[in-house]
Structure formats: structure tokens, C-alpha cells
Design a protein around this ligand. Structure first.
Ligand SMILES: [Zn+2]
Length: 416
């Protein structure tokens, strides 16, 4: 239960970050005047203030008066923000953005955003002043990260390591004593062949042992194992069931790679791109399969804003499925007779007029909110898990296009 709640708030956090990043990506400065600062959790806030003060005085040398003023204003507003923090930034650090962004027609407006506690710790301090904000490091953090075990081998050499998100981490290597195909004089051909097979078998066992030691303790977190090497080595290795059976079950692909040193681990990841992309949407695919099964089989599924909202309020939704590409607002209306009604509209559009469908009188707007945040907060109150579904596969696209990006898998049928 507590993990569910943690997941919900983690998803929500990620969503909030993604939204701010999308907003920031749109902005442009008329000169190099947009400032971004990444502050790692172990960096003293006073150090950062000193750095910003230094940049502020150096900015006095900027030739264009307008750019100079804008950069200094941005730095001042960053310094103001930094006053809210104690000695160290909050968990995982802070990212600050500030600058005068173009609003068209030569006009600018000052934008300042601070993002606290990103999903992963910020690794290093970065000061960036350019015509756009630096959002890439944050975007990489938000990308769904997998954990994969990597094995590359031929009959002479093997390397094992991890793929963590986008980072390849070599861990162990081994080399074999398998003799070449050429036998020495005096040995019988039969005996030579037998010894050679034994040596190969021993080496495969050694490699499997190395992989087991590394991967088995993490077998519940691992998203899959990738194996690379020339043919037929990798096939012999896999077909011979050398790996611990729980690892054997999660081998998601074998690939031809020519090198079996550390660079082979990188080659393996390059060759496995398609499989890795599939793995990333696999969980989303499973959610959508279940949704369609329930939708066709019975009544334990719902979709569209209003039915999903009603089910959420009843507490009947087990999982709320929201399309990652959903970009809409909900406008809440109330008529003089207190009938509450909702309209979901494109984020860029103005509030439409609304007539109460119950009594026909004109309704007043009560509030307008991002539809995802609106639904997620009901979900959190009712103990419903929220899942974001990518549009990178057919059924995910269908959720977005045919179901308005909103659906739910129900705990029981409600007839709504
Ligand atoms: Zn009414």
C-alpha cells in the first residue's frame, strides 16, 4: 500500500517536472540572456550565491545594454530564490531557471522557475547562460530508466556489466585458456578435441558464475539480460543453460557483436536498441491489453473524462490510465441551481460558454485546471494508482485518439 502511494506521488512529481520542462523549452531569449543553474545536493547554497554574485559582476562587461540588464536581472532573481534555502539544497538538489523571454513584437517578460528535488540526484554543478534554457539533463532524468544485465563473450574473453538507464557500466571480465583449433604434435586428434571442449565448457561456467554473482541478487529489479558475441558462442552459451534459471528466463535478446572487451558492451547496447525500446513500452502495453480485455469482456473498464471522473469519485478505479500526450484543461461550471458540469478543452483555448444540460440556465465558471492534475488528485485521495501510457505503440495511440487520453481499469463493475 505504501509503495502504491509512493508510486503515485513519484508519477505526479514526474508529471509536474515534465510540464515545467515543456513550458521552459518553448522560451527563447533575444540574446544569450537565459540563465540555468543545476545545483547538486552536496553543494553549499552560500557557494552558489558567491558564484552568482561573481557572474553578476562579470556581466557588467556585456556590450549590449539590453542583454547586460537582462542577465543581471536574471541573476538577481536567482539570488532572491536562493534565500529560501538553508545551508544545503533539498534532496537531489535544485534547478533554477531565470531570464527575459521573448513574447513577440520585441517584447520580453521575466520568467523564473525553480525545480526542487528532481527524480535523480543532480551530479554536477552547472552554470549555463544562453539564448535558451538548459533542460536536457532534467529530461534525461525523467526518461524511464531500465536496469539490464549485459554479457558479451567469445571463447577467449568475456565481459559482464550493467546498462543503467543510458549508462553502460562494465563490472567484470574473464579470459579463457581454451586452446586454439591447431593441435600440437604428439596429441591425438580425439584427445585434443575432448580437452578443447572441456576448456570451453569450463569457460562458459566461469562466465555464467560471474553473471550470476552480479545479476542474481538484483533479479527482482532487473528488466532483462542481453547477451552478445559471435556465433555460435553466444548460442552455445545460452542453449547450454549455463546461466541461473531465473536469469535465463529474463534474457530478452541475443545479438552479434564483434568485440568482447568493454567496448563490446557498448556494441551490445547499440545492437539492442529496438529490443530496449520495446521493453520500455512493455509495461504500458500490458496495462492497455488488460484495459481492452476488461472493456470487451465485461464492465470493469471506463473511459472518457466524465465516466472516469465519476468512477474515481466512487473509489471504483483500480488504475487510472492517462495518455502521456494529453494536454488539456478541465473547466468546472456551476449553474444557479448548483448543478456542477465539466468541459475538457485544449490547453490553448479560452473558456467556452456553458449552458447547464440539466436546467438550461447559463453556468458560471468555478475553476480551470490541468485535467491530468485534476484527475490525479482525486485518484490520490481514493487510493487509485495513476499510470502514464506512452503513445509509441498502437493501443497507446488509441488511448490518446479514441478515448480522449483518459481511461480506467475498475475494481468492480459500476455500470458507468
Ligand atoms: Zn442546472
Amino acid at each position: 500500500m505504501s509503495t502504491d502511494t509512493e508510486n503515485v506521488s513519484k508519477d505526479r512529481r514526474k508529471y509536474e517536472f515534465r510540464k515545467v520542462i515543456e513550458e521552459l523549452r518553448e522560451y527563447e531569449g533575444s540574446g544569450t540572456q537565459l540563465v540555468t543553474i543545476y545545483i547538486p545536493p552536496d553543494r553549499q547554497v552560500s557557494d552558489v550565491v558567491a558564484h552568482v554574485t561573481q557572474e553578476h559582476s562579470e556581466a557588467a562587461n556585456i556590450k549590449s545594454k539590453q542583454t547586460r540588464t537582462n542577465v543581471q536581472d536574471a541573476l538577481t532573481s536567482i539570488k532572491d530564490r536562493l534565500r529560501y534555502y538553508d545551508t544545503y539544497p533539498p534532496d537531489n538538489g535544485i534547478v533554477l531557471f531565470s531570464g527575459a523571454v521573448s513574447t513577440g513584437g520585441g517584447q520580453t517578460t521575466m520568467v523564473t522557475r525553480s525545480l526542487e528535488s528532481p527524480p535523480e540526484p543532480i551530479q554536477s554543478f552547472r552554470y549555463h547562460c544562453d539564448s535558451d534554457f538548459l533542460t536536457d539533463p532534467l529530461e534525461n532524468m525523467l526518461a524511464d530508466k531500465g536496469l539490464f544485465g549485459l554479457i558479451v563473450l567469445d571463447r577467449r574473453e568475456a565481459n559482464v556489466g550493467w546498462l543503467k538507464g543510458k549508462r553502460v557500466e562494465p563490472v567484470k571480465s574473464a579470459s579463457s585458456l581454451v586452446p586454439g583449433k591447431q593441435r600440437k604434435g604428439g596429441q591425438s586428434a580425439q584427445r585434443f578435441a575432448r580437452l578443447r571442449l572441456e576448456a570451453i565448457d569450463n569457460f562458459y561456467q566461469e562466465v555464467a558464475g560471474m553473471a550470476d554473482d552480479l545479476f542474481v541478487p538484483k533479479r527482482h529489479e532487473i528488466d532483462g539480460v542481453l547477451v552478445g558475441g559471435p556465433s555460435p558462442t553466444k548460442d552455445e552459451f545460452l542453449d547450454g543453460d549455463y546461466l541461473h534459471h531465473e536469469l535465463g528466463d529474463v534474457v530478452v535478446g541475443k545479438f552479434d557483436v564483434s568485440y568482447t572487451d568493454e567496448s563490446g558492451l557498448h556494441d551490445l547496447v547499440d545492437s539492442a536498441q529496438e529490443v530496449l525500446a520495446d521493453q520500455e513500452v512493455m509495461k504500458d502495453k500490458a496495462e492497455m491489453e488488460e484495459f481492452f480485455e476488461k472493456l470487451h469482456g465485461g464492465e470493469e473498464a471506463t473511459y472518457g473524462f466524465e465516466p472516469t471522473r465519476q468512477n474515481l469519485m466512487m473509489g471504483s478505479v483500480d488504475r487510472l490510465l492517462l495518455s502521456e500526450d494529453l494536454r488539456s484543461d478541465v473547466v468546472v461550471y456551476e449553474c444557479p441551481d448548483e448543478h456542477e458540469e465539466y468541459e475538457v478543452i485544449d490547453r490553448r483555448h479560452d473558456d467556452p460558454d456553458h449552458t447547464c444540460s440539466d436546467c438550461g440556465s447559463t453556468s458560471e465558471k468555478v475553476k480551470r485546471e490541468d485535467v491530468i492534475e485534476y484527475l490525479m488528485s482525486i485518484a490520490e485521495q481514493r487510493g487509485t494508482e495513476t499510470k502514464f501510457i506512452s503513445t509509441d505503440f498502437e493501443k497507446g495511440e488509441q488511448l490518446h485518439d479514441a478515448f480522449g487520453g483518459i481511461a480506467g481499469i475498475l475494481r468492480y463493475a459500476t455500470g458507468i
